[in-house]
Design a binder for this molecule. Structure first.
Ligand SMILES: [Ca+2]
Ligand SMILES: [Ca+2]
Ligand SMILES: [Ca+2]
Ligand SMILES: [Ca+2]
Length: 373
């Protein structure tokens, strides 16, 4: 598939970007003076000490953002792009805004899209010492490759490698979050379509994921390494972006195991003995997925769009942990959910758990599960 209009669109985009003076979303790149450490501080939360920060790749592809509430559903933080972070600013005026920085790809990302290659990579790496056994943060992936280049070779990709392994995976799977894995047809529950000029969201991105939770196991109290990377795939056109939420990079001992028990889901949440009944769970809930529909998920809260069958049991109730730092929460199908299960035999659901420990540290867990008849 060829993309003959790419250069024309790029020029038009530049002219309009200069003459357009509005939009809530704002970005600042490293050309403006932000240091590598500034970028990490933009996402640094509790329980993590950082060092040895380095970056490489497109200068226009590394920086910070503000004003994202209601647009990408993260207010501020770090933004990285396979082109220009500033081109994410809305409204959506083009089907394929493109920034070519003549940049190289990334060998670790190449491995994820093999046999395809990557271009215009932006990479941020650093060491960190976590207090707990996991590291977590909140993020959103967005791309201009939506929706016209889904399931072809322009499968723009990113990854968050912790101690060499990518944990930026679709909840409950070993699949990387990428254009071909989250879109209108695949994992639509995690996708926001914005492919209109202008789109419903005030960003140039034609599509973006829900706010996703990144969680990875780490060695508590020791030096660990993380590498955040994004790149174009197959050519250097059509920008993609990742946004990481401010103060969301944190370490906790919280862990959530999810048991699928027929028409119920049991959440076993463990924050260890240091919790001692002081922590709590909030915002636990889940949403079913009718064909072509998507739940709106933000910070552990599900809002149901028209036609979506939501199944929650006291989702907003806070559950305290026992003396061993454990709590159990059972989520059941409501009557309409049971009816859907009867008709379809199997129902995918996105389970969301928000855990806050005794120190006030919050961590958000998400997992795709299936109810079976
Ligand atoms: Ca590019
Ligand atoms: Ca597009
Ligand atoms: Ca666009
Ligand atoms: Ca691209």
């Amino acid at each position: 598939m060829h993309r003959p209009l790419r250069r024309v669109l790029t020029l038009a985009a530049l002219i309009l970007a200069v003459t357009s003076a509005r939009a809530a979303l704002q970005t600042q790149n490293i050309v403006g003076g932000l240091t590598p450490t500034d970028l990490v501080n933009a996402i640094l939360g509790s329980g993590v000490a950082i060092s040895n920060v380095s970056l490489r790749g497109c200068e226009t592809g590394l920086g910070t953002f503000t004003g994202g509430t209601g647009i990408i559903d993260l207010e501020s933080g770090l933004v990285m792009s396979s082109g220009n972070i500033a081109s994410a600013v809305g409204p959506n005026q083009f089907t394929g805004i493109s920034t070519t920085c003549e940049g190289e790809g990334d060998s670790d990302l190449n491995a994820l899209v093999s046999p395809l290659g990557t271009f215009d990579s932006a990479v941020l790496e650093f060491d960190f010492v976590p207090t707990g056994s996991t590291v977590a943060f909140q993020y959103v992936f967005a791309s201009e490759e939506y929706n016209e280049f889904v399931n072809v070779q322009y499968n723009d990709v990113f990854a968050f490698f912790v101690n060499g392994e990518n944990f930026a995976l679709l909840p409950g799977t070993s699949n990387a979050v990428a254009v071909n894995n989250v879109n209108l047809d695949t994992n639509a529950l995690l996708y926001h379509d914005n492919d209109l000029q202008p789109g419903p969201r005030d960003t140039e991105a034609d599509g973006l994921t829900q706010v996703l939770s990144f969680t990875a196991p780490v060695n508590a109290g020791q030096t660990n390494h993380i590498k955040l990377a994004i790149a174009d795939t197959s050519d250097n056109a059509y920008d993609s972006w990742i946004f990481v939420g401010a103060s969301s990079l944190s370490s906790t001992t919280a862990d959530v195991a999810i048991e699928e028990k027929g028409k119920a889901i049991v959440l076993n949440v463990d924050i260890g003995e240091t919790g001692k009944g002081l922590g709590f769970i909030e915002g636990a809930g889940f949403a079913l997925l009718p064909t072509g529909s998507a739940a709106i998920v933000s910070a552990g809260v599900i809002t149901n769009p028209p036609g979506l069958s939501v199944v929650t049991k006291k989702p907003d109730k806070q559950r305290k942990f026992n003396k061993k730092g454990r709590a159990k929460l059972r989520l059941k199908l409501n009557p309409s959910g049971k009816q859907l299960l009867k008709q379809q035999g199997e129902l995918p659901a996105l389970v969301i758990v928000n855990v806050t420990d005794k120190d006030g540290k919050s961590v958000n867990f998400q997992k795709l599960v299936k109810f079976r008849r």
